[in-house]
Design a protein around this ligand. Structure first.
Ligand code: SF4
Ligand code: SF4
Length: 93
């Protein structure tokens, strides 16, 4: 879903989305059922992230639901700093 903003910042500028460790993923499909935003698709041996910017900024709920801890996210403190900086950039445009 290109072209969306988050607090006036183009969503694609915000590096917040899940990463799947294919070695840990059991392909159980739980994250696919859990997230309704079309972020994931099921692959042959593991889930894949196909629409990273559909992920809700700051959400990490699927990672907590994953039985094998295969889903990771960036540090939330870094996210907050990045959002502050991006808001300054985009508020001056
Ligand atoms: S919930 Fe975890 S183990 Fe299950 S498919 Fe998703 S990433 Fe893989
Ligand atoms: S963090 Fe939330 S919005 Fe992002 S993929 Fe997981 S459940 Fe979906």
């Amino acid at each position: 879903m290109a072209g969306r903003d988050y607090m006036g910042i183009p969503r694609e500028e915000i590096p917040w989305f899940p990463t799947i460790d294919a070695d840990l993923c059991s392909n159980c499909g739980s994250c696919l059922d859990f997230c309704t935003n079309g972020v994931f698709v099921q692959g042959d041996t593991s889930v894949q992230v196909v629409n990273p910017y559909n992920c809700v900024v700051g959400c990490d709920a699927c990672a907590r639901d994953c039985p094998t801890e295969a889903i990771s996210f960036p540090d939330k403190r870094e996210l907050i700093q990045q959002l502050r900086q991006l808001r300054e950039v985009y508020s001056n445009r």
